[in-house]
Write a protein that binds this ligand. Structure first.
Ligand SMILES: Nc1ncnc2c1ncn2[C@@H]1O[C@H](COP(=O)(O)OP(=O)(O)OP(=O)(O)O)[C@@H](O)[C@H]1O
Ligand SMILES: [Mg+2]
Length: 243
């Protein structure tokens, strides 16, 4: 049976979608079957980061409202044998989706995929609530800014209060120079704030920004320090023992 991983942050723009796409890509490179789900209704980006924006016909909302069957909305990502995604709807959708809808959908997907990665929108809103329902664990992606860390802390508590015990933290957009000069909160200081363990530190790197703009997951490029870093983050994300 597959595992459902929720990716959340609290504050916007911390790198949730970049992280989801590259985590999915690296797991698929290992041969796992991976489904990426974009929950950011109305402000979807995942299709762009995967370079697949021209291929979306049906989206997640169409599946959840019974407009189409699941496989119509499952889009295989070019260049990967085992990486698929489901797009969010392009407009803020008035149609109701419930926790039960997401549970039923993910139960079906768990029979097909090893990992289902749900990329949530920023904030602790309705889409987070419906995404928590099927999730087995949560990754909180934050950055070393006091506002981002506070919001991530609040989000982690919220997720735990809603029944997910297994939370893990990824610190993204780390500027080592500023951190070393004491101008940004230190990795160890950030790590102590959270309940879950820190499973990854990702540097602020223009190559990551360029890759999302090109629509090519950066981990595709072999032999880079970023690929290596994502490999070890992925192994800590999927391990059962988070400590
Ligand atoms: N480590 C990094 N180094 C440089 N740029 C990064 C890094 N991580 C993410 N970015 C850039 O930051 C921007 C926001 O990333 P992304 O869209 O993944 O954030 P998000 O948390 O999903 O945002 P939202 O809250 O809007 O969904 C993008 O331009 C992305 O390329
Ligand atoms: Mg996003």
């Amino acid at each position: 049976m597959g595992e459902v991983i929720l990716v959340s942050s609290g504050k916007g723009g911390t790198g949730k979608t970049m992280f989801s796409v590259n985590l999915g890509a690296i797991l698929a490179k290992y041969g796992y079957r991976v489904m990426l789900i974009d929950m950011d209704m109305g402000l979807r980006n995942m299709d762009l980061y995967l370079g697949m924006e021209d291929r979306v016909i049906y989206n997640l909302m169409d599946v959840l409202t019974g407009m189409c069957r699941i496989n119509k909305a499952m889009i295989k990502v070019d260049g990967f044998e085992t990486l698929y995604f489901m797009a969010a709807s392009p407009r803020k959708d008035e149609r109701d989706i419930t926790q039960l809808h997401m549970r039923v959908l993910c139960d079906k997907l768990k029979g097909i995929f090893d990992f289902i990665i749900i990329d949530c929108p920023a904030g602790n809103g309705e889409m987070l609530d419906v995404s928590i329902a099927p999730a087995d664990k949560a990754i909180i992606v934050t950055e070393p800014e006091i506002a981002a860390v506070r919001d991530a802390d609040i989000t982690e508590r919220y997720i735990m209060e809603n029944g997910i015990e297994d939370t893990r933290i990824v610190l993204n957009k780390v500027d080592v120079d500023l951190m070393n000069r004491g101008l940004l909160p230190d990795v160890s200081v950030v790590a102590e704030i959270f309940n879950g363990p820190l499973v990854g530190v990702i540097q602020n790197d223009d190559n990551i920004r360029i890759s999302t703009n090109k629509g090519i997951p950066i981990v595709i490029k072999r032999g880079t320090y970023i690929e290596k870093n994502f490999k070890s983050i992925a192994s800590r994300v999927i391990s059962n023992n988070s400590r």
